[in-house]
Design a protein around this ligand. Structure first.
Ligand code: P6P
Length: 341
């Protein structure tokens, strides 16, 4: 690596100094999260050798059986972040309630939300998984005790968002509202090194990502779009499409951040009361902001995800995100169907 390589620390210092984009406390928070992701990466890479595969004897708030690595990753993020004085509280897919920074530590002005290890079904079969995180600011005119309602802010209020993908490389992808940067972990140095300082998503694509086994459960506009993709050059879209589905949102989103595409997890009839499978606060919101910052689009099939006002910490949503023109098409199909057009 040429000596001009820029570490995450240098990138954040320069963002703080040159662009006034990152207050000191937020820079510290992002560096601590990155360090926690390095630790999680080491545990993931050990696999069976580290005794971390398989399921724990517990379920999370979603009613899903927890993997040992789910719990470990959650603990790593909690322990790494609670003493630094930059956070008021944390929320996680793996915890029913918020985790307020204990009184023995100083409290800061930020709120950290995360899915500590997304794609858990892939852990035991050695397929890429990842950590997703989102940072909010404590609401103005705060009160002494941090409450769950302080987290219930629309995604457009985020001050930082990112993910760490534990794949063939360990890559950290991050935005603070000034575009998207990607860092690759140099295991020899133990540092994240800047490898793309301006990730951009093409407006059009020939690649879609969806779990096709759910097709019979989708609403009509979703089926319409996928049928048109499958019709290829003979159909209304006039081009042949490829399909990918990793069943790990971080891996599917990273592919889209790297070469474009559209990712869809729509509402389906299997559980009509649920608006979708994915969680708004710590999956959809951070990914939607990253995608938009890279020039893409992100909706819940009807509305911009970042404009959704959350009603509860673990609420779910439909997710349509990626290449802007494709996302706009899928969203238009749903809105047309709603109005009977
Ligand atoms: P399915 C992983 O469990 C996850 O939350 C996302 O990472 C992924 O995109 C989706 O669920 C996969 O869901 O129903 O295809 O297994």
């Amino acid at each position: 690596m040429p000596n001009r390589s820029i570490s995450l620390t240098r990138y954040l210092v320069e963002q703080q100094r040159v662009n006034q984009h990152i207050p000191g406390q937020l820079r510290l928070l992002l560096e601590v999260v990155a360090r926690a992701c390095k630790r999680i990466s080491l545990c993931v890479n050990k696999g069976a050798l580290g005794g971390v595969l398989g399921t724990a004897s517990s379920e999370n708030v979603q009613g899903e059986v927890q993997k040992k690595l789910d719990i470990l990753a959650n603990e790593v993020l909690i322990e790494a972040n609670e003493w630094g004085g930059h956070l008021a509280a944390m929320a996680s897919e793996e915890m029913e309630t918020i985790h307020v920074v204990p009184n023995r530590y100083p409290r800061g002005e930020y709120l950290l939300l995360f899915d500590p290890l997304d794609g858990s079904s892939n852990i035991d079969v050695n397929v890429s998984i990842g950590t997703i995180f989102s940072v909010l600011h404590m609401p103005e005119g705060g009160h002494n005790t941090v409450q769950e309602r302080d987290f219930l802010q629309p995604g457009r209020q985020q001050v930082a968002a990112g993910y760490c993908l534990y794949g063939p490389q360990t890559t950290l992808v991050l935005t603070v509202g000034d575009g998207v940067a990607m860092f690759t972990l140099d295991r020899e140095q133990g540092s994240f090194i800047l490898t793309d300082n301006n990730m951009r998503i093409p407006a059009d694509t020939r690649e879609f990502a969806i779990n096709m086994s759910n097709m019979r459960h989708w609403q009509t506009p979703m089926r319409r779009y996928i049928d048109e993709c499958l019709a290829g050059t003979q159909g209304p879209l006039g081009k042949d499409y490829n399909m990918r589905w990793v069943a790990s949102m971080v891996a599917d989103v990273h592919r889209i951040m790297t070469r474009g595409g559209i990712f869809m997890y729509p509402w389906d009839r299997r559980d009509p009361a649920k608006p979708g499978k994915l969680r708004l606060m710590y999956e959809a919101n951070p990914m939607a902001w990253l995608i938009e910052q890279a020039g893409g689009g992100a909706t819940n099939a009807r509305q911009r995800i970042l404009d959704v006002q959350p009603a509860s910490l673990h609420e779910r949503t439909s997710v349509i995100l990626g290449s802007k023109n494709e996302v706009e098409r899928v969203t238009a199909y749903h809105l047309q169907a709603d109005t009977g057009a």
